[in-house]
Design a protein around this ligand. Structure first.
Ligand SMILES: [Zn+2]
Length: 477
């Protein structure tokens, strides 16, 4: 068998998280709402109405273009893409064909083997979404709620070389979309949808093979599976001396199978022409500059900085930069705390993230602010509470909104470092265990831990361990 290379290009449709739809005042999000309750004459395509562009869509689209290192087009134009399908009541989709909002750009993928893959972006354009159809009880049902929801379609060059790389691209894209705040990027809700163009060629060949297009893939795992299945099919066909035909495949998530849909349309089939009801979209130089300067530090850059500036492992930095507000939380805590960043990292990755999960909140939604977490870690460092108590403090601050020190005082959670009391309890422990004392004095120094355990038991775990140890050693001399 010959050696083949898989070549993949991805087209993603990204739902922007604007308040309203792209050309009307209907809400952009109608997840879980009754069918056809979030529509108006504009998005339902009634005759005689005119679209009015939502500028927020333009700014978010341009922000995404900037984040992909694409060139923001100061003048982009909407076109009509004509086709007939029941989910498209107007009979055409308003999109950008000839002059899209963004051109070029790239994303660098961090691959599992430590390498990187440079994936070029061909273009990004703005468009409106279509409705949904579903088959139920032998009928085709239509829901127009999604008509007019703003989308960015982003197309890569065929630069991906495996199903895993395609999955990595989507994972990084999802992170980036949330990071820059332009989309919720929830694939289950269809905020991020992906079509994959797949072809294979003999390893070392420069010429692209004939591609097929996989549609309707709604999770990263499905993308990986579908590409692997299709690449295998193409390789087997070529090995059997057959030709690859260009067609569209539909991914069925329930069966995990690909189904041939139709021969692929060519662009001419859509009879694109300029949308006569909308003016060109103009972004002034100042607006473009504003978009560029407002971009936050990007996830990979921040991850690299966390490794160099805070001496964290790549693993820690990766988790802490998985969401922007989590990475902000980490940095603010480190600043207030002033001690080892690694200590803060451990608290966040073990305890804070558990708290976020149990509360169903992200880092920015917690009542427990970075200042509170820093205060709790300082209480541990100062020997005022033990680690177990500190862990419960996280939840107590979160649910009560009170300050940690206040809770320690009012609930008596602090460690006892009172000299007289500690000395008295330790003397009791020693008096009760003459055998162990003798063994210690005969050289069995490992018994220190056992004595400390006894002291802790007598004091309900609240003896200051450092001071207790000092007194213990002094009395055992
Ligand atoms: Zn509407």
């Amino acid at each position: 068998m010959n050696d083949y290379e898989i070549v993949i290009g991805l087209e993603t449709h990204i739902e922007l998280n604007t308040k309203t739809k792209i050309f009307c005042a209907c809400k952009a999000s109608s997840w879980n709402e009754a069918p056809n309750t979030n529509i108006c004459p504009v998005c339902a395509g009634l005759p005689g109405v005119l679209p009015v562009l939502n500028r927020e869509v333009v700014f978010k689209g341009a922000r995404l273009a900037a984040a992909m290192h694409a060139e923001i087009n100061p003048r982009s134009v909407f076109d009509r893409k004509n086709y007939f399908y029941p989910d498209l009541p107007k009979g055409y989709q308003i999109t950008q064909f000839y002059e899209p909002i963004g051109k070029g750009g790239y994303v660098d993928l961090e691959l599992a083997d430590g390498g990187t893959r440079h994936v070029r972006i061909n273009r990004l354009h703005l468009e409106e979404d279509a409705g949904k159809t579903k088959l139920e009880a032998g009928m085709r049902l239509l829901d127009y709620n999604r008509c007019g929801v703003p989308l960015v379609e982003m197309v890569t060059e065929p630069d991906l070389r495996s199903a895993d790389e395609a999955a990595q691209y989507l994972t990084q894209l999802r992170q980036l979309l949330r990071w820059i705040g332009v989309s919720e990027a929830d694939m289950e809700k269809g905020h991020l949808r992906c079509d994959a163009n797949v072809s294979v060629r003999l390893a070392g060949s420069e010429k692209l093979g004939t591609k097929t297009e996989i549609k309707n893939v709604n999770s990263i795992d499905s993308v990986r599976q579908a590409i692997n299945i299709e690449a295998k099919r193409q390789i087997e066909a070529l090995e059997a001396g057959k030709k690859i035909e260009s067609f569209t495949l539909d991914w069925d998530a329930d069966t995990g199978k690909l189904r041939k849909m139709r021969s692929k349309e060519t662009e001419a089939d859509y009879r694109y022409f300029g949308e006569p009801d909308l003016l060109p979209v103009i972004l002034t130089e100042a607006e473009v500059q504003g978009i560029l300067t407002a971009l936050p530090e990007m996830p990979l850059a921040r991850k690299a900085r966390f490794v160099s500036e805070y001496r964290l492992s790549a693993y820690d930095a990766d988790i802490l930069t998985s969401e922007r507000n989590l990475s902000d939380y980490f940095e603010e805590t480190v600043k207030t705390y002033g001690g080892e960043a690694k200590t803060v990292s451990n608290w966040i990755m073990n305890d804070l993230m558990r708290l976020m999960n149990s509360q169903g909140k992200d880092a920015s939604g917690l009542l427990l602010r970075p200042q509170d977490l820093a205060e709790i870690i300082k209480l541990v460092d100062a020997g005022k509470v033990n680690v177990a108590t500190a862990k419960t403090l996280l939840e107590k601050v979160e649910t009560s909104g009170k300050k940690a020190a206040e809770i320690v005082t009012s609930e008596g959670l602090g460690l006892v470092s009172d000299e007289g009391l500690l000395r008295q309890k330790i003397e009791e422990v020693l008096a009760e265990a003459p055998g162990e004392v003798a063994a210690f004095k005969a050289g069995k120094e490992s018994l220190v831990g056992w004595f400390l355990g006894q002291v802790m038991r007598k004091m309900g775990g609240k003896a200051d361990p450092k001071r207790s140890r000092e007194i213990l050693l002094e009395l055992l001399k």
